[in-house]
Design a protein around this ligand. Structure first.
Ligand code: THU
Length: 126
């Protein structure tokens, strides 16, 4: 299994998801080579839930990393789990064209952020 996917699977083990019971793990690799992990963190006030991808990005940015190469997302779902729209937008803040690896126990698929979010709202718009 790809190293980044392994890390995303490890991150999923920390998922706090008692409401959806849908654990998500993410691992993002900075250009420095350092890898940051995230898991989804739910809340009894459902709308306060934070996705695994955004937790990983916040972990990275709060360590001074802003340039990313690749992100892996691991779930146990039968179908590979793509990042939600909010996470795509947050990822686009820091990386124009990130490699995104969707993975589950059955396999993986590699995509580009530009495929998932072809027309992002970006800081050059205003
Ligand atoms: N979730 C993520 O962690 N990432 C996504 O991109 C989509 C959804 C989480 C949020 C919630 O804890 C659970 O999956 C079900 O929506």
């Amino acid at each position: 299994m790809n190293e980044l996917v392994k890390k995303a699977r490890e991150a999923r083990a920390c998922s706090y998801s008692p409401y959806s019971r849908f654990g998500v793990g993410a691992a993002i690799r900075a250009k420095s080579g350092k890898v940051y992990l995230g898991c989804n963190v739910e809340n009894c006030s459902y709308g306060l839930t934070v996705c695994a991808e955004r937790v990983a990005v916040c972990n990275a940015v709060s360590d001074g990393a802003r340039d990313f190469e690749a992100l892996a997302i691991f779930t146990e779902a039968e179908d590979l789990t793509p990042p939600c729209g909010a996470c795509r937008q947050v990822l686009s803040e820091f990386s124009k064209d990130l490699t995104i690896i969707l993975a589950n126990p059955g396999g993986k698929k590699e995509l580009r952020l530009s495929e998932l979010l072809p027309l992002p709202f970006n800081k050059h718009t205003f």
